[in-house]
Ligand binder design. Structure first.
Ligand SMILES: Cc1cc2nc3c(=O)[nH]c(=O)nc-3n(C[C@H](O)[C@H](O)[C@H](O)COP(=O)(O)OP(=O)(O)OC[C@H]3O[C@@H](n4cnc5c(N)ncnc54)[C@H](O)[C@@H]3O)c2cc1C
Ligand SMILES: NC(=O)c1ccc[n+]([C@@H]2O[C@H](COP(=O)([O-])OP(=O)(O)OC[C@H]3O[C@@H](n4cnc5c(N)ncnc54)[C@H](O)[C@@H]3O)[C@@H](O)[C@H]2O)c1
Length: 459
């Protein structure tokens, strides 16, 4: 017999479980379908495991730098990857089981395990069962992209998912892709003790960000001994005796990098190919992302797309915000929109790179009159005292309205300090509100008012 619910949620990632919580509290009956790991990418293969491992790598780094702080170490630092993984797994497991048991114990919620596939706009098949609902919410996420590059079918490689189970330290890790995933793993493995080479096909790492941020991050990574091969064309995977290699054409350097493991970190693709979207008439773009409007409604009434699969964000906080938008609009008759969201993110190398709003490139392209303020982290007392003074901060303000347009902090504590700028932007307040605020000394945030007090026109 076909079971009917008020709502079906496909995917227990960063939006689905919270949506199930809100809808069931409002009295709806909900079916949630998850085919693999509760908590999705962030909990199992993304934010949580990587940030746990970044913490281990930071501990190794600080231990090696002990003498900078007057701490005497007699033995060389070594890292036990099995222990690093065990710590990471314990943190992940707690989060995963917490989400699963919350959903299984939730009143009016039925959990289905298996792959969901549309049969019609109101029906979904999971295994042998067909379930029905007037409202369907897709939170199916994305997975590592594996482009059809030469050698990819012959040479073993790691992805951001499989590398998390590598319990031995590779002697030389070659990372293909110099952006969020690639750089976090590159620095982490360098600090664990591996040789690391990053191969990026564009002329600079984090190629979509401002040039000064790319150079700042590059400097930090190179100072730790990470090799970068930029402008790499004709990238091909090759076997090399016991090891592996990447063949490439670069403007400079040897046309081959030989290592022991390859990590592909060249982007992600949405999990929409096996969802049977055609049976429901749900449209996608040419890359497979589900087309969704400003309130996340798809091309079919009664079907919504939340999180990475709608191509409107690729972060945990954007997926969670999608849940809030959809739930508030449906249950509270609110009029929340994705376009009201201010972009914000952090790249978790150490020190981190946090960004909010428009980049400098975007401000210049907009042609508006703007002011810019910058400060090196060497001027931040707290950073100097901590012995972590790499990086800089910058902020861009609209010269006419005095509103903050965007900011970046590449430096210790930047991922936290950026939030005072973000909150001022959400409040719609002029920059003077923030430049007159008294901040705690000694913090990274205290330099933000100082930076705002000495801006110059953006040339
Ligand atoms: C290495 C790495 C590090 C990251 N670090 C950060 C970070 O520090 N901060 C940050 O904000 N973001 C980070 N991200 C991005 C973040 O993980 C994602 O943006 C976020 O998890 C997206 O959540 P989601 O809800 O859209 O989907 P997901 O979390 O991917 O969940 C989708 C779920 O749907 C399930 N599913 C898919 N198809 C079906 C189907 N047909 N039937 C049933 N179930 C299905 C999947 O099994 C999965 O559990 C990182 C990503 C990676 C890869
Ligand atoms: N800290 C965080 O919030 C965090 C961490 C990791 C991932 N993420 C999310 O995951 C997403 C995916 O990250 P990602 O780094 O895999 O993808 P990405 O799209 O951000 O970057 C891919 C990089 O690989 C390069 N590239 C693409 N094809 C290539 C090829 N054939 N050869 C060499 N280089 C190639 C690109 O130029 C780019 O620099 C991010 O956009 C981000 O939203 C977030």
């Amino acid at each position: 017999m076909k079971q009917s619910f008020d709502a079906i949620i496909v995917g227990a990632g960063q939006a689905g479980p919270s949506l199930a919580g809100r809808l069931t509290q409002a009295g709806w009956t909900v079916a949630i379908v998850e085919r693999k790991l509760f908590g999705g990418t962030c909990v199992n293969n993304g934010c949580t495991p990587t940030k746990a491992m970044v913490a281990s790598a930071h501990a190794a780094h600080i231990a090696r730098r002990g003498s900078d702080f007057g701490v005497i170490r007699r033995e060389p630092v070594s890292v036990d990857m099995k222990q690093v993984l065990a710590r990471k797994d314990a943190i992940v497991m707690k989060s995963r089981t917490g989400i699963e048991s919350w959903l299984r114990g939730m009143e009016r919620c039925t959990v289905f395990t298996g792959t969901a596939r549309f049969v019609s706009p109101n029906e979904i098949r999971v295994g042998d069962e067909v379930i029905h609902a007037k409202n369907i919410f897709l939170n199916v996420g994305a997975r590592p992209a594996v482009p059809d590059m030469p050698g990819v079918h012959e040479v073993p490689f790691l992805t951001s998912t499989t590398v998390l189970d590598l319990d031995e330290l590779p002697q030389h890790l070659i990372v293909v892709g110099g952006s969020y995933v690639g750089l976090e793993f590159a620095q982490m493995y360098r600090r664990f003790g591996a040789e690391v080479t990053v191969v990026e096909r564009k002329a600079r790492i984090i190629p979509n960000e401002d040039h000064d941020l790319s150079s700042g991050v590059q400097e930090i990574l190179q100072s730790e001994g990470i090799q970068l091969r930029l402008d790499a064309n004709c990238i091909r995977l090759e076997n090399d005796g016991e090891g592996v290699a990447i063949g490439l054409d670069c403007l400079e350097g040897h046309p081959r990098v030989v290592g022991s493991r390859i990590l592909l970190a060249v982007g992600r693709r949405p999990n929409t190919d096996d969802l049977g979207l055609a049976a429901a008439g749900v449209r996608t773009d040419e890359r497979g992302y589900i087309t969704a409007d400003d309130q996340l409604q798809t091309s079919v009434a009664g079907i919504w797309a939340l999180g990475d699969c709608n191509g409107r964000g690729a972060f945990t906080h954007t997926s969670y915000n999608d849940f809030e938008i959809v739930a508030d609009n449906l249950l509270d008759k609110a009029l929340r929109r994705v376009s009201d969201r201010i972009p914000v993110s952090a790249l978790y190398i150490d020190p981190p790179l946090a960004q909010v709003g428009l980049t400098e490139i975007q401000v210049r392209e907009s042609g508006r009159a703007a002011l810019i303020g910058t400060r090196p982290m060497t001027k931040v007392g707290r950073a100097v005292e901590k012995g972590e003074s790499q990086g800089f901060m910058k902020i861009l303000v609209d010269a006419e309205s005095k509103k903050i347009l965007g900011a970046a902090i590449l430096g210790t504590g930047g991922d936290e300090a950026i939030h005072c700028i973000l909150s001022t932007m959400y409040a719609g307040a002029p920059y003077t509100t923030l430049s007159h605020a008294v901040h705690i000394h000694p913090t990274v945030s205290e330099l933000i008012p100082t930076m705002l007090q000495s801006m110059t026109p953006l040339r």
